[in-house]
Every structure is written in C-alpha cells, then in structure tokens.
Write a protein that binds this ligand. Structure first.
Ligand code: NAD
Length: 461
C-alpha cells in the first residue's frame, strides 16, 4: 500500500532527497508515511534559505509580522484535527492528549502573534552628555530549532512562534521518531509566510544536529531534548559563541504537606505521572508524602491507576528502559506494583514504594510510566529530597495552609512549581529548566526576548 511522502521544506519549496525514512505507528508497527532523510548539505541549503529570507522578515513592520503569525495561528486551528491525528499515529499518544497538545500549542501561536506588536524600544531623551539613548530590539538572526518526539508540535511552536515574532527566520529539525506533525506545522507556516522564513529538515539527529549547531549562518540553537545531546550541542556551538537555549529533562517531585487534600495529591500524581505513558518532561516522578498521608495516597493512586489505559511507549528504546528500571528497582528491594509488559510496546503503569537514593528511577529521569511514593517526617527533608537529583524543571506542592505551601514551593528549585493542581504551561509565563534541566527559558516575555539582541543607539550630537 502506498503511504504519503513528505520532502524537505526549503525556501518555500518542497524538496525531494535521495534517501527516505519510514515513520511507523508505535501501537501497530505499521508504516504510516515516508519522510525525507536530509543530509548535512541539505541542512546547509535550508540555512542559506533562512539567511536569504532574514533581511525581509527582519524589516517587516511588527504589525504586519503579527498579522501573518495570527494568520498562521488560524490556519493551525483549522488543521488541528488533522495534526492531532498525526501525533496520535506517529507517537502513540492517546488522541485526546494529542488534541490537547495541539490546542495548547495553537494558543502559544496566537499569544506570540500579539506579542510581535509589543516589541517596543525605549528612548531616554537626554543621556548624560548627549542627545539621548535609544534601546532597540533586533532579532538574533537565523535559529536552528531542534526538537524531541514526545511533544512534537508544542516544542516546535514554543520556538517558532516567539522567534517569528522577534523577526528571526528558522530551520526546524524535528525528531526522526515523530516528524510528521512538526512537518505539517512547518508546511502550514510555509504556506502563510514569505519563502524561506520557516524551513524544515527531517532526518537522523546526529548528522543534522551537528551540521546546524556548527553552521556559520546559524546564530542561535534552540534545543529541547536529552542532556546527553544538549552537552554535544553546547560543545559544537561553543567555538562560534552561538546563542543557546536548552530545555532538558526533569525529575518532578510532588510534595504532599501534612495538611494536603489527598484527592488533589492523587489527581496530580496520576495526571502527571502517567500522561503520555510517562514520556513527559514535566512528569511527577516522586510523590513525597507526609507519613500520615502515605496509606491514603497509595490507595487513591491504586484506584485511579486500575482504570487507566496508556498509549504505547513511543520507541523500542523507551520500552527497554522501562523494563530495565523495573528490574533495577526490584533488585534494590523496592516494591513494584504493575509495570509489566502488555505486548507490543504497551506496558502497565507502575507504582513503586520503598525506593530511595541509589534506585535508578528515583535518581534519573525515568521517562516511562512510573511513580515512586516516598514517605517523609519533616518538611525540610521533603524539600531536600525534592532538590536532590540534578534536575529542576517542574515541581508540585499540595497543602491547605497557603502561606506555608508557598514557602515550600519557593524552596523547590525548579523553573516551574505548581501549587494544588497539575496544569503547568501557559503561553504568558516562562517555562525554564533550572540546574541540570537546562539553560534559558521558553514562553512568556523571557521566551520572546530569547530571540532578541539589544542595541543601544547613543546619540551624542
Ligand atoms: P534526544 O536528545 O535524543 O533528541 C532530541 C533532538 O536531538 C531530536 O531532534 C534528535 O533527532 C536530535 N538528536 C539526537 N541525537 C543527536 C545527536 N547525537 N546529535 C545531534 N542531535 C541529536 O531527546 P528525545 O529522546 O527525543 O527526547 C526526550 C528528552 O527530551 C527527555 O529528556 C525529555 O525530558 C526532554 N524534554 C524536555 C522538555 C522541556 O521542555 N524541558 C520537553 C520535552 C522533552
């Protein structure tokens, strides 16, 4: 049976390549599309196209830029059902979760369409000894956006929308495991925006990532993915002093304070622990529950987990990692409930007790559907455990006394801390990895300024 084929998006054209890759459905193994496998030379052609488009896009008045980004947002709203279906097929995410990803991502495009108009400069009328100082924002230049498979649309859009608003042009390199929905977003952008403003090269990570991170003509690398690859990219970008933003993994703690509402704790643990089969950077990985709450929290999680149906693990690597983490936990005398293979790439959600430092799933980002529940007696110990692994992306705190709850939330060393609930991301607030979870921020005003360089025009006479 023939399947759709998607070429590279370069300079407003769809470009054929010699090599192609299959994209399969992780739930069934069925090949659902073929996508171009770009070479480093192809990536350089995309960089050249982005550079050719840069002067025009940079000079486009902000109102006009905003209007074009808003047009893209409306097109993406129209295409949302198709794009969500692509995510569901290529990544295995349940359709409802895929629809939610696309809806939230489109809100980000709408948000930055409006922000494009708000990139004001400032003027100080009479600087000392001169006529004045004007400070103006200027786009950093061509951006390489390198993204992972677990939120294949959101993590493209978080870069693309603010970069476009700032006046940058882009080369997007989606993950090879799930490139179709990201490609569809870039193709929509290509239909709306001038040629070369958004380009997309699909293919294997290592050769393309290195080509883009080392390329002359790429001024910024905006990367989301693993720490291992982030370190490589930072090394490649270093000799040319490129701008970098690195959004990496997390190890989400959920602190349940002694007066926390158990139903809320359970809801946060299950909603964030098992979403996308645990393959989310904002996952709850460790529930740090006051000893007085542990039994009720475990009962609540067990009851909810019994009714869960997870999608498949998106990759074979993820499936193997899940098995390894379960074995490691058992070998170190933790108690594992569930977590068994269910055939194909499907696994049952796992609940782990009796795990502490030294057990891999509480030390390293699991990225599989597992939640560990750990008891504490003193709140200070819970905060110390929350901050122990070298991650700092998203934390959660539940408690009824809001003053104490806020004090604890501020002591959690994460770029985002959610109190008494689980909805993490809004377009107007920054999403940032602290410590080992990254460098820089996406979304919000910082996420826009990440694509800006400032110029001070000091007029002396
Ligand atoms: P990954 O690092 O393997 O891949 C990310 C991107 O880098 C992909 O486009 C891939 O093709 C490319 N790549 C892979 N190997 C490369 C290499 N050697 N050289 C250059 N490029 C290479 O990550 P992944 O497995 O796709 O994603 C999972 C990771 O992403 C997890 O750690 C997760 O927590 C993290 N993540 C972070 C956020 C965030 O916003 N902080 C969001 C989602 C995912």
């Amino acid at each position: 049976m023939s399947v759709p084929r998607h070429g590279l998006l370069i300079g407003g054209e769809v470009v054929e390549t010699e090599a192609w890759m299959d994209v399969d459905d992780p739930a069934t193994g069925e090949v659902i599309a073929r996508i171009a496998a770009a070479t480093p030379d192809d990536a350089m052609r995309a960089v050249a196209a982005a550079n050719a488009a840069l002067p025009g896009w940079r000079a486009t008045p902000p109102l006009e830029r905003g209007a074009l980004i808003a047009k893209l947002a409306r097109l993406l709203d129209d295409e949302a059902p198709r794009i969500a279906e692509l995510i569901h097929r290529e990544e295995g995410k349940p359709l409802g979760e895929a629809q939610a990803e696309v809806a939230r991502a489109n809100e980000v495009v709408h948000h930055f369409a409006a922000e494009a108009e708000r990139l004001w400069s400032s003027h100080l009328p009479a600087g000392p000894g001169g006529r004045g100082s004007t400070v103006r924002p200027d786009p950093v230049g061509v951006v390489a956006a390198i993204t992972p498979w677990n939120f294949p649309v959101a993590l493209v859009v978080w870069k693309l929308a603010p970069a476009l608003a700032a006046g940058c042009t882009l080369v997007v390199k989606p993950a090879q495991e799930a490139p179709l929905a990201a490609w569809a977003v870039c193709e929509a952008a290509q239909r709306v925006l001038p040629p070369g403003v958004v380009n997309c090269v699909t293919g294997e990570g290592p050769p393309l990532g290195e080509a883009l991170a080392t390329a002359d003509g790429v001024e910024k690398v905006a990367f989301t993915g693993s720490r291992r690859v982030a370190e490589l990219i930072a090394g490649w970008a270093a000799p040319r002093l490129k701008h970098l933003s690195l959004e990496l993994g997390g190890h989400g703690p959920l602190i349940a304070l002694p007066d926390a509402d158990v139903a809320t704790v359970v809801d946060v643990a299950v909603s964030q622990g098992y979403a996308n089969a645990g393959q989310a950077c904002y996952s709850v990985n460790r529930v740090l529950a006051h000893r007085s709450l542990v039994a009720d929290v475990l009962d609540g999680i067990r009851e909810r987990v019994a009714a869960l149906t997870l999608g498949p693990m998106a990759t074979e690597r993820g499936l193997e990692r899940h098995r390894m983490l379960m074995e490691d936990a058992r070998a170190r005398h933790a108690k594992v409930e569930g977590g068994e293979d269910l055939g194909g790439r499907f696994v049952a959600p796992a609940l782990v007790t009796g795990a502490g430092p030294g057990v891999r799933l509480v030390d390293e980002e699991p990225f599989t559907p597992v939640v560990a529940v750990m008891a504490y007696d003193e709140v200070a110990d819970a905060v110390a455990e929350a901050n122990r692994p070298d991650y700092g992306l998203v934390g959660y705190v539940c408690g009824e006394d809001l003053r104490r709850t806020m004090d604890v939330a501020q002591a959690v060393e994460c770029g985002t801390v959610v109190v008494n609930g689980w909805r993490v991301v809004v377009p107007y607030a920054p999403y940032a990895g602290w410590r080992g979870s990254g460098v820089g921020a996406e979304l919000g005003r910082p996420g826009l300024e990440a694509f800006i360089r400032w110029q001070h025009l000091r007029v002396l006479a």
